[in-house]
Design a protein around this ligand. Sequence first.
Ligand SMILES: Nc1nc2c(c(=O)[nH]1)N[C@H]1C(S)=C(S)[C@@H](COP(=O)(O)OP(=O)(O)OC[C@H]3O[C@@H](n4cnc5c(=O)[nH]c(N)nc54)[C@H](O)[C@@H]3O)O[C@H]1N2
Ligand SMILES: Nc1nc2c(c(=O)[nH]1)N[C@H]1C(S)=C(S)[C@@H](COP(=O)(O)OP(=O)(O)OC[C@H]3O[C@@H](n4cnc5c(=O)[nH]c(N)nc54)[C@H](O)[C@@H]3O)O[C@H]1N2
Ligand code: SF4
Ligand SMILES: [Mo]
Length: 764
Amino acid sequence: MWRLDECRMSEYGHPMPVAFRTCPLCEATCGLALEVDAAAHTVTKVRGDADDVLSHGFICPKGVSIKELHDDADRVRTPLVRQADGSFAPATWDEAFALIARRLPAIVEEHGRDAVGAYVGNPAAHSLAFLLYGKVLLKAIGTKQIFSASTVDQYPKQAASALLFGSGTTVAIPDLDRTDFLLCLGANPMASNGSLMTAPDVRGRLRAIRRRGGTIVVVDPRRSRTAREADEHLAIRPGTDALLLMALLHVVFDEGLEATPPSPHVSDDDLATVRALARDFAPEAVAPATGLDADAIRRVARAFATAPSAVAYGRIGTTTQAFGTTASWLIDVLNVVTGNLDRPGGAMFPLPAGGLPNTKGAPGRGRGAAFGRWTSRVRGLPEVFGELPAAALAEEIDTPGAGRIRALLTIAGNPVISTPNSARLATALDALDFMVSVDIYVNETTRHADVILPAPSPLEKAHFDLVFQGFSVRNHANWSPPVLPRPAGMPDEWRTVLRLVGVVTGQGPDADVAAIDDFVARAAIGKEVADERSPWHGRDVEDVLAELAPRTGTERMVDLLLRTGPYDLTLADLEARPHGVDLGPLAPRLPEVLRTPSGRVELAPPALVADVARLHDALDAAADADPGQLVLIGRRHLRSNNSWMHNLPLLVRGPERCTLHVHPDDAARLALVDGAPAGVRSRVGQLTATVEVTEDIRPGVVSLPHGWGHDLDGVAMGVARAHAGVNSNVLTDETAVEPLTGTAILNGIPVTLTPVAAPLATAG
Ligand SMILES: Nc1nc2c(c(=O)[nH]1)N[C@H]1C(S)=C(S)[C@@H](COP(=O)(O)OP(=O)(O)OC[C@H]3O[C@@H](n4cnc5c(=O)[nH]c(N)nc54)[C@H](O)[C@@H]3O)O[C@H]1N2
Ligand SMILES: Nc1nc2c(c(=O)[nH]1)N[C@H]1C(S)=C(S)[C@@H](COP(=O)(O)OP(=O)(O)OC[C@H]3O[C@@H](n4cnc5c(=O)[nH]c(N)nc54)[C@H](O)[C@@H]3O)O[C@H]1N2
Ligand code: SF4
Ligand SMILES: [Mo]
């Protein structure tokens, strides 16, 4: 099934076919060149694809490890079904689906649709099966109990973007390759390879900024690898970015540095509102709370506002914190007020080939965003983008009453490691009547399942990064056919999703997947033919369906999206271009990109303006804060990927990565020793971590990466168990959520540290 795109001679002198495909492992979407050994059903070598239109040969160690992932003997290859003794036994697909069809509909029948919960994890955002059919499945289940990794991640940014621009996928992306000034808050793209900013080879792109005379300022409590690439590093106190941003705006307004007019797409009233809001946040006023020097804030504000172009960009450190949505909003307010929204070198809107909500419907105006259309059963937390907060998943399972979750479906997610108060969630999962996981490992979460349905390896699946092409620093499109055929009996992942649709819609375990797929395609075509702006407007649904034949499944859906998308492209066009199609630098899209009711950038959304009261409280609270209180933040390492790639020897070798960073002053004060264990305790839990004393962290702050803690009973990942580490989410607090989106506060957790020689009292 591989294509002979190119042929190399192997070191033994026989020809080796090379296949090209996009790496699905992170948002950078690098092009890989893979030497294929079809006979052995594997690849022999992984390189960067020098001709890839976006990544130009860049690759990171995770991309190289795709071979180990494919070969990993612990990767699940057949359905697993829990036995009476609690162990898993392999089953056929028919047996697994027969069991699901027996159990799941019965629970719905007895307890209603909301008795079934679903949690969708991060890899689903890179998987065509879930991107194209996940909504169909969730709708078919008909439950409000939908959770995902997005509420431990980026929803604050998407919510702020939806309020400003009218849709949650209308995110303004830093125009990294043309900017003269990058203000990077709470992101470490040198390790993460960029997020909500698809930009392979971040290091090259950052260095190019400085080479062309530009400036980089990084705001982070840690001197991260990105901070080391910067001209200036502001070691902020965790959770206070919104205060800093207010102070930057204060200086811009106070010193008359705003662009005039900043944008024809912003109303004078909204501008006046944000100007008035910033008045109380002079640099001197926020200095104590942020821990930053007022002069430094003034200097950065002036430099940002007077640079030929500039862009503020924030990620995890600004979203999974107490002011996530407000900080995300203020980042864009700073971009707008300084004239940097929608201009080259500023924050711009991509135009992806597969389209987004901002390429559909009437350009320039829309219904805007609505949140809180329903609330969670136990805590009354608001719905956001059709989901409830992941921080509320455990209580929705373990709190009795009507509407309690009794059955759970996890899809490419590991919430036991990734969401706050992991211990509570792990216990709750055991209280379920039934659990199904679509996943490739028996890990901390899936070990609780009754049935695990595996997916093909990434090399056995087609790939098209539908979402992240829409967050890219350059417009491009790249289609990857499978590199290797699927093993006998292994269905494509989209077929598994649609077979689940069959079960939950009462069609039994053997529903006609092809018929469901046709139904979905017809519905999508039906929308296009009814849309007067679609190239298919007025056409006959069956004619269009025939035109797309013989493609089915994800291929047909991608072809459909391309043909109705903003460029004149078909899937066949992309199939002919294995290195992708470059669609040019980002171009201005205002006002066409907007879907707000006013047809403007709504710079002062009432919900966010109201949240400024909490910022005032934070200023007051800072004055009374206990200076000795340590707070915990997270971090990422280049050779790690959330919780699930620690079973790959290439990535875990070398020094221990799951260490607790502690500043020398704090270590001395608390008698903590580099390399020795320390007890860490929070409101919800405690663990023991290895201390790494480093000047790179701000005093008063400690940092532990997330995604570790693999030594739990039942985890069938040999390498990961041997490099278990500890789970930082044992410490994070499920009751601490950002109020606007319910996103978990994962940065800024109050903790106490003790040398481990002093034994800890039991249970926190
Ligand atoms: N404390 C703290 N917690 C955090 C974060 C933090 O910074 N600090 N970060 C948060 C963020 S940003 C995220 S995105 C979440 C991630 O949270 P999750 O998405 O819940 O966790 P992952 O570790 O990404 O787990 C991915 C799961 O998908 C499975 N998988 C991998 N590939 C495939 C596939 O092709 N098909 C299927 N079906 N399954 C597959 C893996 O085996 C694994 O079980 O964690 C969050 N948690
Ligand atoms: N190698 C690797 N790459 C990844 C992942 C991975 O696990 N490993 N995960 C992927 C995923 S799912 C995501 S969402 C992205 C995330 O991408 P990034 O957001 O770039 O992720 P991090 O590297 O965790 O960087 C967050 C930074 O925020 C800082 N920080 C913590 N609290 C605060 C705060 O209150 N204020 C400020 N200003 N900074 C703070 C931390 O010290 C850290 O350096 O990475 C993706 N890429
Ligand atoms: S940076 Fe991301 S996309 Fe690129 S090779 Fe590494 S994991 Fe894959
Ligand atoms: Mo994420």
